[in-house]
Design a protein around this ligand. Structure first.
Ligand code: GLU
Length: 426
């Protein structure tokens, strides 16, 4: 490993440790505000289980590469654990732990009968062939097979994983157990028991949060200028929904850079040209940096990429009056405070991105009952969950005079805390 690679790794580890520690800080505040005991905080501040695995994979050139993967299960008092698996070079153990805690909170907010789980593999799928990805996906399932299952822990897509990867994982699990097991994983292709509306669910949920947030701020969605950081599953569908709703999407970005047009971007064209990793900016000459994108003059800013994007360094420069977090952890605690002081309405990740796991739950229910719903049925149920969750959290933030993040943690922690209490754990 070169000195530069080493420094990058150390930086990533530092950032994910900060992410984890700040999650614990907000959990502690929420536990106190809700009047739970110190023992409850002790229980909820760390995942119950964390499995680290090594996965040997035969690469196309005949060599063997050994990948490191994780599966974290935060709390299973309210039901099996649930959450995605990400394939990304910067995955760390601390990050996966924090993400699994956030899944408990998301499931609590949406009132789903689950606790939080999360998985990750350190790899760069952009540099891997289809065959290598399939072998890695199957290897991961074999490595974690003892602790996952339809009534134990149910994986799903996350950063750089998709329905094809879910299909391979489901097939591997079904082969290991020797029975068909669609309820082992969600986010599957429709033909393998996936749900209508799952692919667009995160973006739909974010859209509903934006619709509610503009009402609170007295802005008309049709007059709004929107900037979206990230053009993956959440960001790209969101751009489409916002564009179709008559809002002006003036900025989007991918990992390489951003595109800006104050008159509104041609979203249909960009969607047509994006690749499966959500990259499109390299096709253009005039791009801006991701840092510049976040500070563009706009009404609504949606970080839909990775964590740690809005920090104390740039929070004062954010022009948007509404920030809706479609990604997990894009805003640091310090930046959350700065934005709150400046009167920016921040809709936190554990609320805004809960649409994905909500429709995953619908998928699992359909798998369990073997009876499948129409797209309209899924959309109506999703809308109800998102609007109710938004209103509950908004109202709590007003009555307790706290920002929406803390209010969301307070609502989100309740289910796991009460289930743990009734089970006699605390
Ligand atoms: N990975 C998504 C999330 O972070 C979805 C999880 C799921 O569908 O279980 O919410």
């Amino acid at each position: 490993m070169s000195v530069q690679e080493m420094e990058k790794l150390q930086q990533q580890e530092k950032e994910s440790l900060n992410l984890f520690l700040s999650t614990q800080t907000v959990i502690e505040k929420a536990v106190k505000k809700m009047g739970y005991s110190d023992a409850m905080f002790e229980l909820l501040k760390e995942p119950l289980r964390m499995l680290k695995v090594r996965i040997p994979v035969k690469m196309d050139d005949g060599s063997t590469k050994v990948f490191t993967g994780f599966r974290s299960q935060h709390n299973d008092a309210a039901g099996p654990t649930k959450g995605g698996v990400r394939f990304h070079p910067s995955v760390t153990e601390e990050e996966v732990k924090a993400l699994s805690i956030w899944m408990t909170l998301k499931c609590g907010i949406a009132n789903l009968p689950y606790g939080g789980g999360k998985g990750g593999i350190i790899c760069d799928p952009r540099n891997m062939s289809f065959g290598e990805l399939e072998r890695l996906s199957r290897g991961y399932v074999r490595a974690v097979s003892q602790i996952v299952g339809p009534t134990k822990d149910i994986p799903a897509p996350d950063v750089y994983t998709n329905s094809q990867i879910m299909a391979w994982m489901m097939d591997e699990y079904s082969s290991l157990r020797e029975f068909d097991s669609p309820g082992f994983i969600t986010g599957k292709p429709i033909v393998l028991g996936g749900s209508q509306g799952r692919e667009t669910a995160t973006a739909r949920g974010v859209t509903i949060c934006i619709e509610e947030a503009v009402k609170k701020k007295g802005i008309a969605l049709t007059d709004a200028r929107i900037v979206i950081q990230g053009f993956g599953n959440a960001g790209s569908f969101l751009a489409k929904f916002m564009h179709d709703a008559g809002a002006k999407v003036i900025g989007i970005s991918d990992v390489y850079g951003g595109l800006y047009d104050p008159n509104g971007l041609d979203i249909d064209y960009l969607l047509d040209r994006r690749d499966s990793f959500g990259t499109v900016s390299q096709l253009f000459n005039h791009t801006i940096s991701n840092e510049e994108l976040l500070e563009l003059d706009c009404d609504i800013l949606v970080p839909a990429a990775i964590s740690n994007q809005i920090t104390e360094k740039n929070a004062h420069q954010i022009k948007a009056s509404i920030v809706v977090e479609a990604a997990n952890g894009p805003t640091t605690i310090e930046a959350t405070e700065i934005l709150a002081d400046r009167g920016v309405l921040l809709v936190p990740d554990i609320l805004a991105s809960a649409g994905g796991v909500t429709v995953s739950y619908f998928e699992w229910v359909q798998n369990n009952q073997g009876y499948y719903w129409s797209e309209e049925e899924v959309q109506t149920k999703l809308r109800k969950v998102m609007v109710d969750s938004f209103e509950t959290i908004y109202a709590l933030s007003q009555t307790h005079r706290v920002d929406m993040r803390l209010a969301a943690y307070m609502v989100g922690i309740r289910k796991a805390a009460e289930a743990s209490h009734f089970r006699g754990w605390v």
